[in-house]
Every structure is written in C-alpha cells, then in structure tokens.
Design a protein around this ligand. Structure first.
Ligand SMILES: C[S@@+](CC[C@H](N)C(=O)[O-])C[C@H]1O[C@@H](n2cnc3c(N)ncnc32)[C@H](O)[C@@H]1O
Length: 284
C-alpha cells in the first residue's frame, strides 16, 4: 500500500513571498548570488529563510530594509551578517552597497517600485530582482503604507478603507479592505499605477533589461539584465509552459474569488448580527 500524502493545513489566504521558497531556493545556491537585500519583511518569513542560508555560509550577508521591523526581524539581525536598515526603501537604497539579489516586497506603488529599480540598477547593473505582488490587487493599482511620506505627484486619490474586488476598477460593495493598514488607490489601471506598470516602464526606460512573471500567489516577477549568465536558467527553472500558465492564471483567479466570497459572507454576517443586536435592544 502507498503512504498517504501528509496533510498540511494552510491559511485561508496564502499571500506571502515565502510561498515561492521552493522556486527561489535553487537561486540562492548559485555562486553568482552571495548577498541578498530584502525590502519589506513584515513577519520575517522570508527573512528567516535568508538567515538560514547566511548561517550555513551559502550567502555571505543579507540586508533587510523595513520601516517597522517586528521583534523577529530584530532578533534575526543580532547576527552581524544580517543587516537591518530601519526605514523606507528609497532612502535606504540610496546609501546601500550593492547586492547580487533583491527581493522587492515593500510599498506597492508605481513611484516606489520604479525608483527602487532605478536605485538598484544604478548601484549594480548585474543585479537580479524578484518583485512580489505584480498580479491582483497591486499589479495595476497603487497601495501606500505612508502616503504622507511620498511626494504629492506620486500619490493618486486613495482611501484607507475602500473595498476592492477583481474586475471592478473602482470601489466594490464587498471585497478586500485594508482596514487602515495601508491606503489603496480609488481607481485601478491607467498610466503610472501599480507595481507591474512600474516594472514595464522601467524595462522600457532601461534598455538591456528584461523580465518575466508567474501568475500565482498575487504574482511574482523576475527582472534581470538580458545578458545575465543566469538569464536562461531562471526562465527555464521558473516559467511554466504556456498550458500550465493558462491553468495557473485560472486557478489564481478562482482562488481570489473564493477568498473574496468568504470575506463577503463575513461582512454580510457582521451586518446581520449587528441588526439583530439592535432589534433586541442590546448594545452591539
Ligand atoms: C506585503 S508586506 C511584506 C510581506 C513579506 N515580504 C512576506 O511576503 O512575508 C510589506 C512590508 O513592507 C513594509 N514597507 C512599507 N513601506 C515600505 C517602504 N517604503 N520600504 C520598505 N518596506 C516598506 C511594511 O512595513 C510591510 O512589512
């Protein structure tokens, strides 16, 4: 009898770049990659993976750029080979020595991503950049963690509590809400809006660089100089064939719709419960 496949429970929504670990791990073992800069660490899931590679000497060092580092990040950065830059990416990158690989997952808006790419490639023409969130919701729609810290021309009209849903360019009656954690542009699409648009514009502005993307877990893009020695290897290792691409796009769309369906149910249930409390004369 064959062994049953071990069951591993996953959260209702998989959103972290950590989900790409099986795909990214072989890249960390390449001799061309000795140093990594991670922008936007949040709970430190991917930072911990990087630290393991530093600990055993596969990477020489890692820099983490994060304006609000959690305790776990501070703890990981007790290792002198893990360097914490506490602040926004655009100030940190301006003073940072170059790294071989950059993981972009910080402030998901056009201005920040375009200028992160400009700063990275100004410091190292040969860098490889992995950018998360090039699919829905941020691919074509800006998000801002701290809009007041960005120049006025970089900010679109936005809201901290708008609901958004795939296929609806404005606000949706139900959908994903940031609930104050970050602001979302009121409109999706158009010029200079979103992470994927920033990457496309960077590739147009900077001759000699190229990128490809993978349509799962909110989308991942890989950017590199067209003549990078790992260019073909990256493409062959990471890009599914066209039939698989089609299937994965559909699966991602389905996954998002099911998740948003759950959110909608929760939002409707909250209203029904509140009305019930009110009609019973209870304070909700
Ligand atoms: C989407 S989360 C990162 C998720 C994480 N990489 C993962 O997949 O598990 C975005 C992170 O970027 C940070 N952040 C916000 N603005 C930033 C900026 N300007 N520069 C760097 N990081 C930023 C936020 O504090 C947050 O921790």
């Amino acid at each position: 009898m064959t062994n049953p496949i071990p069951y591993q429970e996953t959260p209702a929504m998989l959103y972290s770049i950590t989900e790409f670990e099986p795909l990214l791990r072989p890249l960390l073992f390449k001799p061309q990659i000795r140093s990594v800069c991670e922008i936007g660490a949040e709970n430190g899931g991917f930072s911990e993976i990087l630290w393991h590679h530093v600990e055993v000497g596969i990477l020489s060092h890692t820099t983490i750029i994060e304006p609000e580092p959690k305790d776990k990040i501070i703890e990981l950065c007790q290792d002198p080979r893990m360097i914490l830059c506490e602040g926004p990416s655009l100030s940190a990158l301006a003073d940072l020595r170059s790294h071989d690989l950059y993981i972009l997952d910080g402030d998901h808006n056009y201005h920040t991503v375009l200028n992160e790419l400009r700063l990275i490639y100004a410091s190292n023409r040969h860098a490889i950049v992995i950018a998360h969130d090039v699919g829905w919701p941020c691919g074509r729609r800006d998000q801002y963690y701290s809009p007041s810290c960005l120049p006025a021309h970089a900010i679109r009209p936005h809201s901290f509590d708008i609901a958004i849903s795939p296929g609806q360019s404005g606000a949706a009656p139900h959908g994903m809400i940031s609930a104050g954690a970050y602001a979302t542009a009121l409109e999706e699409g158009g010029k200079e809006n979103g992470v994927l648009t920033a990457i496309e514009d960077f590739i147009t502005e900077r001759q000699g660089h190229t990128f490809f993307s993978i349509p799962i877990f909110h989308g991942l893009a890989v950017i590199h100089p067209a003549d990078h020695p790992l260019g073909s290897w990256l493409y062959e290792t990471m890009v599914p064939n066209p039939a698989w691409m089609q299937i994965l796009r559909r699966l991602e769309d389905n996954r998002l719709r099911n998740w948003l369906g759950l959110i909608e149910l929760g939002q409707r249930l909250a209203v029904v419960t509140q009305n019930m409390h009110r009609s019973n004369g209870e304070v909700p």
